[in-house]
Structure formats: structure tokens, C-alpha cells
Ligand binder design. Structure first.
Ligand code: P5A
Length: 444
């Protein structure tokens, strides 16, 4: 993309309404625009990162054997009356009446809708286990939408639902989700810690939240610092292997890690003092096992192996896809702007032309731009007639992990400069080597 033809309305001033750094930087980088309280338009740069995050979520879900689909945003109130949650959900639910006077709602979550789909089409335990998921907009009429897309009213969520014949199989689904979530967050360059939590309006007893540590987080968390050393890395996981998934679950849930809702002082005090940590965290995902809560009330039964009807065991599993942008920025920025991890960056690298209009500089930039594109990479070429300082400030603000700087002085010696956004380190090299280096980084 050529910046001169892109739509990236960068703000020079700090927007007064932004209380936390991620909100401020997303507004300043022209990624989002508020349309009303807690509801945002995703401008091209923000939309690009949202899609990158969504792609990682899809990839890891499908690796785990979960099946993608799409359910609507608007749901019939009748299904929620069946489960008993229509009244329970309270003021967070946006209720709508259609032209025929039918009660509808903008879905805050989809347990009822998926249970209805399941009971309409599945009659036998032989179809199980089954996990369906989608990534769809949700609406929760939060009392205090704040921090930009971090606590929105309209937000983008991955929500998945498992159907199993019994408790043991459902526990494997729970463990499998935990493993896939660990991998998902790591692929985004995030450390998200699973913590025993409270199930709230979704219900059930077993639930873990995934928290990214950040001062601006809304949750108070307590943990054993040993958990920070754990990593999924590139280990190969057989998602059908119950023991393997259970072992990962055990590894990650053995060190103490809880939110304030389930915090246990006695257990916490048993940890050696130097490892006892408390801080704030951003909840980027949550997994639930709630057994037959919905299958009983909504009569979602299948014929079991003994020929008798059995209510299926269910869980639901959510990732805050839009919230993740904020969480990543909170975890990865400096005083100049965002620093995107390579896995989610909107463009693979920036190209800064220090002297737009200079034949040699323009020519070298065009060659680099074309070479990167030919490799299937997506560079952002700042081809505007602007001062170098302004171009650097924009690149730093929008946080592309790599920048290639091209100017007449370097070109005289046959070199351009490759700069890492995080370390600030610059290395001079011939233009072809810079392209090769970027290709290596993104393994193309
Ligand atoms: C699990 C999937 C559920 O709704 N039902 C379907 C279960 N879980 S949850 O924890 O309530 O939400 C899942 C994730 O969505 C994000 N989230 C939000 N993001 C932005 N703005 C909000 N107002 C908001 N509310 C929830 C969180 O990341 C949460 O973990």
C-alpha cells in the first residue's frame, strides 16, 4: 500500500477522551472512530489488525478440530425464555421489537442459539464429540463502556460450543480449548495466563479466564511468578490425545493463578514470598464447562450408547477478538507509539523515502516495494512529500515492526537502512539484503 493513497487519519494531538494508552494510540493512529458510546467504526488500519487476529484465532481453532460457522447477531427472545436467561440477563441485553411485535435481541452470547441448532440436527451420541464456533459481533449494553474497544458495547467475539456425551469427554473438550487458547495468544505475541475465575451469567462451575498482565487491566489478579516461565513454544500437540491435553492443563494450572473472585489467601500465602505476585490483568478469553445446564432446560438430548436419551454435556469458550487489539497495545508500546508483534502487524514493514521526487530514491523504493510484494508480503510505502521527521513519527506511531529507510546519501554507497521498531537498532545493507531479511523474518 502506498501511504499517499491510503486512508489513515493520524491525529497529531492526544485525544482528551482516552484514559489509557491503547485507546489513545488507536485513536491517534487512525485505527478506530467512535460512532456512539462503546460502538466503533474500524478504520482501515484497525480493520487490518482485527482481521489478522481473527485469522490466528481461526487457524488455531481449526487445528484443534473445531468447526467454523456463522450465526446471526439478532436472536429471537423465545429461545432465551426457554433457557430462563431472558429475564436473568438484565439491562445488559439490548432488546428489540420487530414490525410484527416479536421480541428480538442483539446477541450478547450464543449458548441458546447453538443449543437450538444442535437439538434440531443431532439425534445420536455417534455425532459426538462436536465443537462448533463462530466469530461474530456481540452486544452488551455495559453500564460503563470505556477504554475504547477494550470494554465496548458492540464487540467482536470468538465463541465456541462443545457437545459431549459425558463428563470425561467434556473435560477433554475443556482441556483442548485451554491448549488451543494458549497457542492462540502466544501466536499474537501475548502472554495470557489462565486463572481460575467465576462463571457469572454463563453459569457452571469450571471456568478459567485468560489474563494479560497490564496496569490498566480491569481485573485484580494473584499469581505465582513461576507461571510466567511457562511457554507452549512450538511443541506439537495431538488434540485428540486426552492425556496430552490434560498434561498441558495440569502444567498451567498447577502454579497458583486466580482472579480476585476466587482468590484464596491461605493458598496464596503458602507460596514463597518472592514468588507471590498481585497485579492487574486484561481478560482476553474465558472457557466454561456448565454440564447439562442448557441441554436440560432446552431439551437437547441425544440417544446415548445404552439407547436411552441423554442430555449432552456442554461448555462454551470465548475470545475477545476486538479487545485483543487493546490488550496487545497495552502490552507492547513505548512513548512513540505502538509496537506490533510480527504475528499481527497490519503491514509487514514500512518503507520510508527520505527524498520523495529524487529519481534515485524513488526508483530504489519502487524496486523494494515491488520485490516485497512479489514475495507475497504487504509493505506500507510512505511516498508522501513530507519531512523525514514526520515520516518517522508516523511509522513509530503505527508500530510496524520493521522499517526500511531509503535516501540519496545511503544509495550513493549502495545501502539502505533496516530498523527494528522495538530495539531501535538500525543496520545498513544493500536493498536486496533488506528485502531478503524481511522475507526471512516472515518465513516467506
Ligand atoms: C464464552 C463464549 C462468554 O460470553 N459465551 C460464549 C461465553 N464468555 S465471556 O467471558 O463473557 O466473554 C468472552 C470474552 O469476550 C470479551 N468481552 C468483551 N470484549 C470487549 N468488550 C466487552 N464489553 C466484552 N465483554 C466480554 C472478553 O475477552 C471475554 O473473555
Amino acid at each position: 500500500m502506498r501511504l499517499s493513497r491510503y486512508f489513515m487519519p493520524v491525529l497529531k494531538e492526544n485525544p482528551a477522551e482516552a484514559e489509557i494508552v491503547s485507546h489513545r494510540l488507536m485513536l491517534r493512529a487512525g485505527m478506530i472512530k467512535q460512532s456512539s458510546a462503546g460502538i466503533y467504526s474500524w478504520l482501515p488500519l484497525g480493520f487490518k489488525v482485527l482481521k489478522k487476529i481473527e485469522d490466528i484465532v481461526h487457524r488455531e481453532q481449526q487445528r484443534a478440530g473445531h468447526i467454523p460457522m456463522l450465526m446471526p447477531t439478532l436472536q429471537s427472545a423465545d429461545l432465551w425464555r426457554e433457557s430462563g436467561r431472558y429475564d436473568d440477563y438484565g439491562e445488559e441485553m439490548l432488546r428489540i421489537t420487530d414490525r410484527n411485535g416479536r421480541d428480538m435481541l442483539y446477541g450478547p452470547t450464543n449458548e441458546e442459539l447453538i443449543t437450538d441448532i444442535f437439538r434440531s440436527h443431532v439425534g445420536s451420541y455417534k455425532t459426538l464429540p462436536l465443537t462448533l464456533y463462530h466469530i461474530q459481533w456481540k452486544f452488551r449494553d455495559e453500564r460503563r463502556p470505556r477504554f475504547g474497544i477494550m470494554r465496548g458495547r458492540e464487540f467482536y467475539m470468538k465463541d465456541g460450543y462443545n457437545f459431549d456425551i459425558d463428563y470425561d469427554s467434556a473435560m477433554h473438550s475443556y482441556n483442548r480449548h485451554l491448549v488451543s487458547y494458549l497457542r492462540t495468544f502466544e501466536a499474537m505475541g501475548l502472554k495470557a495466563i489462565p486463572m481460575r475465575a467465576d462463571s457469572g451469567p454463563i453459569g457452571g462451575e469450571d471456568t478459567h479466564e485468560f489474563l494479560v498482565l497490564a496496569e490498566t487491566g480491569e481485573s485484580e489478579v494473584f499469581y505465582d511468578s513461576n507461571i510466567l516461565d511457562l511457554k507452549m513454544g512450538d511443541r506439537v500437540i495431538d488434540y485428540d490425545n486426552w492425556d496430552e491435553c490434560a498434561a498441558v492443563m495440569k502444567e498451567w494450572t498447577t502454579p497458583y493463578a486466580r482472579t480476585d473472585e476466587t482468590h484464596d489467601e491461605a493458598l496464596f500465602d503458602a507460596i514463597p514470598e518472592d514468588r507471590r505476585k498481585s497485579s492487574r490483568g486484561i481478560e482476553v478469553g474465558q472457557i466454561f464447562y456448565f454440564g447439562t445446564k442448557y441441554s436440560e432446560t432446552m431439551n437437547a438430548k441425544v440417544q446415548g450408547p445404552d439407547g436411552k436419551p441423554a442430555a449432552v454435556h456442554m461448555g462454551s469458550h470465548g475470545i475477545g477478538v476486538s479487545r485483543l487489539l487493546g490488550a496487545i497495545i497495552e502490552a507492547s508500546h513505548d512513548d512513540k507509539g505502538i509496537i506490533w508483534p510480527e504475528g499481527v502487524t497490519p503491514f509487514h514493514c514500512g518503507i520510508v523515502n527520505l527524498k520523495q521526487g529524487d529519481d534515485e530514491a524513488d526508483g530504489a523504493c519502487e524496486t523494494i516495494y515491488a520485490a516485497l510484494q512479489a514475495l507475497g508480503l504487504d509493505p506500507l510505502y510512505d511516498d508522501r512529500k513530507e519531512r523525514a521527521g514526520g515520516k518517522f513519527a508516523t511509522m513509530d506511531l503505527i508500530g510496524l515492526p520493521w522499517r526500511i529507510t531509503v535516501g540519496p546519501r545511503g544509495l550513493k554507497n549502495g545501502v539502505v537502512e533496516l530498523t527494528n521498531r522495538r530495539s531501535g537498532e538500525s543496520v545498513e545493507m544493500p536493498p536486496e539484503d533488506a528485502v531478503k531479511k524481511i522475507a526471512e523474518i516472515y518465513a516467506v
